[in-house]
Design a protein around this ligand. Structure first.
Ligand SMILES: [Zn+2]
Length: 259
């Protein structure tokens, strides 16, 4: 019986694991992580470019994400790392929840409070699909998102007074960490027991000894930089990052091949 069961599992596993995982870039630190069946958006709806310093999603991408149109038609959760406007748009998050009755939003309570106090009102059912993440320096997590155990959040230091939730998403067997605006000087024990296939990090990690030390401590992970200023060019990016991998420009993507 045991042998048969094992054989059945083995026969089934290639099909389950064969869907490649795509990390589709939107703007700044916004990504769509998807295996074609299940998708998650992180920091993807934003409103503040800080006077053009950081790119925003195009109107087309914004509308498609809010309404769940392809390629965003598989999105089950919209996650945000923190309240800064180059990472989150509370008004758009309300529109997203109102439009997509099967999806949830999870974010720090600074963001969910802003969603509740928004000019656009949350529909009644939308209110229940908005999950405040109450992690802090003293209780950093990791914290599994209820009902979405493949998603975990953990608090890491960004700047005083702003809660920064880093997100671990495991889709199609691929383990991905999104660091938000974590400071390289932060302490990382919160993720010490988690293995990553991919680490998405703000580019300044590659320009500070502490950030490089963190990336070097995870040699098994494919490290990909983002949060690159909108005015960057391939030349300035190369000057700043050397040969390191990065995501820049709406629609650019990294495909993680699974076995
Ligand atoms: Zn920030």
């Amino acid at each position: 019986m045991r042998v048969l069961l094992t054989a059945a599992l083995l026969a089934g596993s290639p099909a389950i694991a064969s869907a490649d995982v795509t990390i589709r870039f939107i703007a700044n630190e916004g990504v769509h992580i998807s295996d074609g069946e299940t998708g998650v958006l992180i920091d993807a709806l934003t409103w503040n470019s800080y006077d053009g310093t950081y790119a925003l999603p195009s109107d087309e991408a914004r509308t498609a994400m809010i309404n769940g149109e392809a390629p965003y038609d598989d999105v089950v959760a919209l996650l945000f790392t923190h309240i800064h406007g180059d990472h989150s748009d509370p008004a758009a998050a309300v529109e997203f929840l109102n439009a997509q009755t099967g999806a949830i939003v999870a974010a720090s309570s600074q963001i969910t409070d802003a969603m509740r106090n928004n000019e656009t009102a949350l529909d009644e059912s939308a209110d229940q699909r908005m999950i405040p993440v109450d992690l802090s320096a003293s209780e950093p997590g990791p914290w599994p998102l209820p009902g979405y155990e493949f998603i975990k959040g953990a608090w890491l230091y960004h700047t005083e007074g702003v809660d920064n939730i880093t997100w671990h998403v495991e889709i199609g067997g691929v383990s991905i960490l999104h660091l938000g605006d974590t400071q390289p000087q932060a302490e990382f024990p919160v993720w010490a027991d988690t293995d990553f296939d991919v680490i998405l990090y703000p580019y300044w990690f590659a320009q500070t000894p502490e950030g490089i030390a963190f990336l070097d401590s995870r040699p098994e992970a494919r490290a990909i930089a983002f949060h690159i200023p909108a005015a960057a060019t391939p030349l300035t990016i190369r000057a700043g990052l050397g040969e390191r991998e990065y995501l820049f420009g709406e629609g650019s993507e990294v495909v993680i091949e699974t076995e």
